[in-house]
Design a protein around this ligand. Structure first.
Ligand code: AMO
Length: 442
């Protein structure tokens, strides 16, 4: 009788609540294989777990002959009887009556049992094998759960999901970090952020919009926290009183991402990531950047008033805030105008400072946001002050001449949230197929 994969059961199900003594079909990858004379023990792995198969010569000689020749990571299917077994992991095993080899694996180029034995670069070269390890797969289960939680959060709070163009005519976040492309006979760019389009969503009348999508940064530096392509969770909302309204939404969105990941995967996360965050923070403290300068100064890190925080300063600030406030997350507010993009609203009483914020998670920026300038004349001046040509922003500026409400929003870097939550040392681990100045393949 041929094996029909439509009858296949997942391993987790067989280990938990399938009937002993019944016959079942399983399929997956050969995790390990041991040959003991007339017995072959196979540990089979599927997306739900691992279980032992025993292939006995006296049950099926054909299956036993096939089993002896198997190599690790080959893909097989089997039909057999589920029995109790004290020696097997999970306390149950399948005594195989039929075996099919769908795909035979060659000797493996990397050690997939112990990822720490291979450099990250080589692991990424062999990403499909690297992901066979449950630890590495878990990173993406967490990421998917966090993205799902973010979407659900925004949907249930009345935000409309939008899909904006990633081929654009002008840079939004600053000129240098933008990829140029050739668009038929004229230059174009890859979008660094949906910034201007999400604002358009608000001004067009949707009032509250969000997008989960790719963002591209021509980031030439080799760091453990920069990718040239990442997933940005963006939102924008109209009719706000102040950027505090925006921070509240950012706070609840990020906390619900962490809550959902822990809710679904806490045990597995604990098993594989000793540095992961194990508690959902209750709320996130806010400090102004000028308070941050002071805290840093008293800890021996001196940042000049009016300058951005270096990554070193962010790390230190993370430590201080954890000690002083017991919080792994902190909002730093009122960044200097000098270091913020042209669309940021400046403080009415102190124009050198802005109604903006960064959100740091364990000493790394995971989100940026603020209130936007919605007054046409002020916006034109701000563009010019930043050395940009209003001509390149005509379509954008027009939005502010026909009724634009006070609004604001934020962008959250998905990979950075995952990285900081799990305590990963390198953002590349949190990206399925990372892109950096060297890496374009796979
Ligand atoms: P910003 O440029 O700070 O702000 O980006 C927002 C968030 O995106 C993530 N991020 C990155 N992640 C990985 N690799 C990179 N090279 C990278 N660059 C940025 C970070 C960062 O906090 N338009 C504004 C957002 C807004 O104001 O709504 C913007 O893009 O987590």
């Amino acid at each position: 009788m041929a094996i029909r994969l439509a009858e296949r059961r997942y391993i987790a199900e067989l280990l938990q609540n399938a009937k002993i003594g019944e016959k079942y079909v399983v399929a997956g990858w050969v995790d390990t294989i041991r040959v003991h004379g007339k017995l072959v023990f196979i540990v089979l792995r599927d997306r739900t777990g691992k279980m032992q198969l025993v292939v006995k010569k006296n049950v099926s000689e054909t299956a036993w002959r096939e089993a002896k020749k198997l190599s690790p990571e080959s893909v097989i299917g089997a039909r057999g009887t589920l029995v109790e077994s004290k020696a097997a992991l999970g306390g149950r095993e399948i005594v195989v009556e039929e075996l099919v080899v769908y795909s035979r694996a060659e000797p493996l180029p990397i050690d997939i049992k112990d990822p720490s034995k291979t450099t990250l670069a080589k692991r990424l070269d062999w990403r499909f094998l690297d992901l066979r390890h449950p630890r590495n797969q878990l990173i993406f289960l967490v990421e998917a759960e966090m993205a799902r939680a973010a979407r659900e959060f925004f949907h249930s709070n009345g935000f409309v999901e939008i899909y904006t163009s990633k081929i654009v005519g002008a840079a939004t976040e600053g000129g240098a970090e933008v990829f140029s492309i050739v668009y038929f006979d004229r230059p174009a760019f890859l979008a660094q952020s949906p910034q201007l389009y999400k604002q358009m969503g608000v001004i067009a009348g949707f009032e509250k919009v969000f997008e989960v999508g790719p963002a591209f940064r021509a980031e030439p530096h080799h760091t453990t926290r920069h990718l040239t392509e990442y997933t940005s969770v963006d939102f924008e909302m109209g009719f706000i009183d102040s950027y505090e309204d925006v921070m509240k939404v950012a706070e609840n969105a990020v906390l619900s991402m962490i809550r959902s990941a822990l809710g679904r995967y806490k045990d597995r996360v604990q098993e594989y990531f000793s540095d992961a965050l194990m508690e959902v923070p209750r709320s996130i403290p806010r400090i102004t950047i000028r308070e941050a300068y002071k805290l840093l100064r008293s800890a021996g890190v001196s940042i000049e008033e009016g300058e951005d925080l270096s990554s070193e300063a962010e790390r230190k600030l993370g430590e201080i805030v954890l000690k002083e406030y017991g919080s792994p997350l902190v909002f730093v507010t009122e960044y200097p105008w000098k270091v913020r993009p042209f669309y940021t609203m400046r403080k009415s009483d102190e124009p050198d400072w802005t109604y903006s914020f960064d959100l740091l998670f364990r000493g790394l920026e995971i989100a940026t946001g603020g209130q936007r300038e919605h007054r046409y004349e002020v916006l034109v001046n701000q563009l010019q002050e930043k050395g940009l040509n209003p001509k390149n922003f005509e379509w954008y500026l027009a939005m502010f001449r026909y009724g634009a409400p006070p609004h604001g929003g934020a962008g959250i870097g998905l990979e950075r949230v995952v990285m900081q939550f799990l305590g990963l040392g390198n953002i590349r681990e949190a990206r399925l197929l990372p892109r950096d100045p060297e890496r374009l393949v796979p």
